[in-house]
Write a protein of this length. Structure first.
Lengths: 247, 481
């Protein structure tokens, strides 16, 4: 069974059609990349999948793990294992990273009818699984994304993903604004989270992320539709020729 | 789901402490005159000077006009429709062994999470429990007495330490200070008295828990805290009331005196019944709180978390008289549904090199009305005075309001006074971010609001910051749909 099936999806933002008949099918464990020029609807797709308001779905359907995704509340989608790494993670002053992580983690536990963890147990759990990210000592106590550099914000998204262990992760331009070293770290983090069951949707402008996190498929999104599918070599072609020849 | 629709559907909130204790009480008839004041004074078997003081305040009050300069709006208060004294004890019974207290009363405090039996009480916290007009019990008194610390009800203090009380009572908030303070001086029935001797660091949190129970009564208590030279005390005040349809008046006075090198930390978690979602009932909270840093290098800080009351009208202030004295005011005021809060502080810099810090966080939800009103006054002699003020307002929804009325008067050129203010809406981005991590919208709002208040909440003693967080959460219920 596909983990995600997007069928004939039409979405408007303020009555302006953005997605026009988008089709997408993802199997468990697959990593797909979605590339496309600015304004083609990449972030709209990510936001509609996550359940953000202000997007009107005018036609089509989305099945996530066989369930009608569009009728689920955003928090229930998250608890059912759908994770969005934000393109511009928002700052939440005064709320420590560890506090958000613990609340989020326990919300997932409750949804899955698993026991919640107290502060002590959760810290131990965190330390266990965040070693590989090489976070600084005070990272967990700092307010969520407040005063973080672009690279730090992206690594913070990966940290949350690592803790929440989603089934489907949508990474919306996780590579934007990163220098070569930061990109390598983020790519290593993503690769560490790849496994045979977890699916990922990488939304990106640039092939350099895909060189380090090779996808199973590359889709080209233009004008609200997937116009071309291929392998990693398609990303290379786009790097050389741009998108113009596809219009 | 955008911000306005999120907040539009305000539903009822749950006030956990709205129950009524069924208990026989000695309540005097409604109304106020000299006879009532004599009656209260005689019931409390006070020293002679108190009656004279009360009557002088009453006569002064008769000539005063209820102030209406603040931004809160309410129908006229009928001062003859209030009972000024209600006691769960029989007449002339001024102290009572805990074993003899009506079990219903003890059960009330247990239900509120404040057991009065010392064996069950929070370690490290001594409590004076005030029920309607009288103090029911004061815990850990013996242990504190070993250090020379006096911690008792105001009634007991007047009987046992009359001279000490007489010397200080009204020295910070004079009996004719303002309309509500004058009314309080005339009819106040109980409250807490603390004296910390020189050089003593009070080893536990001292606290008073105020409970209004009887209907149609007002609560008028008076608290006096004196920290002698180089002493330290941390004090906490908590309060609740039953859920009733009629408004009830609470007009308290708190006076703090810090001598040379002394420090007083005064924290309030105010959870009076706020009224229902339509604005019926709730406490009118008109309170005068003022501290005086009398000695050099003395320090006073007010930390308040105001989540209850239909109306909050209070400005905990510090008179910075001693050289190098410092005053701090940290406040979180939350108004939801039809609640109104007009609160802030006054920092009066008299001494040289005095400093003050003001941090105010106002949160408005529903149709709540929230105002910060502050005065920073630097007198001519306050060479090198410093003040930093920060006022932040957070709005939830489209029908609430936030206002800031800062007033700054500087008469010394060397003073440095800074004021920063921000007003923001809870952002949809933040809400969605938290929801995407699995938090329900109410949990998300509560988390974000908690973050907004973090700098104030961390000033509270540990035991109470947890309580305050929970309270904010409860009081935000119904602020999102």
């Amino acid at each position: 069974m596909n983990i995600l099936e997007v069928r004939n999806l039409h979405v408007s933002v303020m009555n302006k059609p953005i997605l026009r008949g988008l089709e997408l099918h993802l199997k468990p464990g697959e990593v797909h990349a979605i590339m496309g020029p600015n304004g083609s609807g990449k972030s709209t797709l990510a936001n509609v999948l996550a359940g953000r308001g202000d997007y009107q779905v005018t036609a089509g359907e989305i099945l996530y793990q066989g369930q009608e995704l569009l009728s689920m509340a955003p928090e229930d989608r998250a608890r059912a294992g759908l994770f969005l790494a934000f393109q511009n993670p928002v700052e939440i002053p005064g709320v420590s990273n560890v506090r958000l992580l613990k609340e989020a983690f326990n919300a997932h536990q409750r949804y899955r009818r698993l026991p919640e963890m107290d502060a002590m147990a959760f810290r131990a759990y965190l330390n266990e699984r965040t070693k590989s990210l090489e976070l600084s000592e005070d990272w967990l106590l700092r307010p969520v994304n407040a005063g973080f550099s672009g690279g730090e914000k992206k690594r913070n998204e990966l940290l949350q993903m690592m803790v929440l262990e989603p089934h489907l992760a949508i990474l919306d331009e996780i590579d934007s604004g990163l220098d070569i070293d930061a990109l390598a770290k983020v790519a290593a983090g993503i690769n560490a989270l790849r496994d045979t069951k977890r699916s990922m949707l990488l939304i990106t402008h640039y092939p350099r992320l895909l060189e380090q996190v090779p996808p199973d498929k590359v889709h080209v999104l233009i004008g609200g539709q997937i116009v071309l599918c291929g392998g990693l070599d398609l990303a290379g072609q786009l790097e050389e020729r741009g998108y113009g020849w596809l219009f | 789901m955008n911000d306005s629709t999120v907040v539009a559907s305000a539903i009822s909130r749950s006030y956990k402490h709205g129950f009524v204790t069924s208990i026989l009480s000695d309540t005097i008839p409604e109304g106020i005159d000299e006879g009532v004041i004599r009656l209260i004074s005689s019931k409390k078997r006070e020293p002679e000077f108190m009656l004279a003081w009360r009557l002088a305040a009453y006569r002064h009050w008769l000539g005063m006009i209820e102030p209406h300069w603040s931004s809160v709006r309410y129908p006229p208060i009928d001062y003859q429709g209030i009972s000024y004294y209600s006691s769960p004890f029989a007449d002339n019974q001024d102290s009572i062994a805990l074993e003899d207290v009506d079990p219903a009363l003890l059960a009330t405090y247990e239900k509120l999470g404040i057991p009065l039996d010392e064996r069950l009480s929070l370690a490290g916290v001594a409590v004076d429990a005030v029920f309607d007009s009288v103090s029911v019990a004061t815990t850990h008194q013996k242990k504190l007495a070993q250090l020379g610390i006096l911690f008792c009800s105001m009634s007991e203090a007047l009987r046992e330490h009359g001279a000490l009380v007489q010397r200080h009572l009204g020295s910070v908030v004079p009996s004719g200070d303002n309309f509500f303070a004058a009314l309080n001086a005339a009819v106040f029935s109980d409250g807490t008295f603390c004296y910390i001797p020189p050089g003593v660091r009070c080893p536990m949190e001292l606290s008073t828990y105020f409970r209004i129970n009887a209907a149609r009564t007002g609560q008028f208590e008076r608290t006096l805290i004196i920290a002698d030279q180089n002493s330290y005390v941390s004090y906490l005040e908590g309060c609740t009331a039953p859920q009733r349809d009629r408004h009830q008046l609470h007009a308290a006075v708190v006076e703090l005196i810090a001598m040379e090198g002394a420090e007083i930390k005064y924290s309030t978690v105010q959870n009076w019944y706020p009224g229902d979602a339509e604005g019926r009932g709730g406490i009118y909270n008109f309170v005068t709180k003022r501290g005086e840093c009398r000695g050099d290098r003395s320090r006073i800080s007010w930390t308040q978390v105001e989540t209850g009351s239909a109306i909050t009208w209070k400005y905990p202030s510090v008179i910075l008289r001693g050289e190098g004295a410092s005053g701090r005011f940290h406040s979180v005021a939350l108004t939801n549904h039809h609640q109104q809060a007009d609160t802030g502080t006054k920092m009066i810099h008299i001494g040289r090199h005095t400093s003050s810090t003001i941090l105010s966080k106002g949160i408005s939800a529903g149709q709540g009305h929230n105002a910060y009103r502050g005065l920073v006054k630097v007198l001519a002699g306050a060479q090198g005075a410093r003040n930093h003020t920060q006022c932040d307002s957070l709005l939830l929804g489209a029908h609430c309001s936030a206002h800031t009325y800062p007033c700054i008067e500087v008469k010394n050129h060397s003073a440095k006074v800074e004021h920063e203010a921000t007003t923001s809406r809870i952002s949809e981005e933040q809400l969605f971010y938290c929801q995407q991590r699995g938090l329900a919208s109410e949990a998300a709002v509560s988390l974000i609001v908690n973050g907004f208040c973090q700098d104030v909440l961390r000033e509270l003693p540990m035991e109470f910051s947890v309580e305050a967080r929970k309270l904010l959460e409860v009081n935000l219920e119904g602020s999102v749909g």
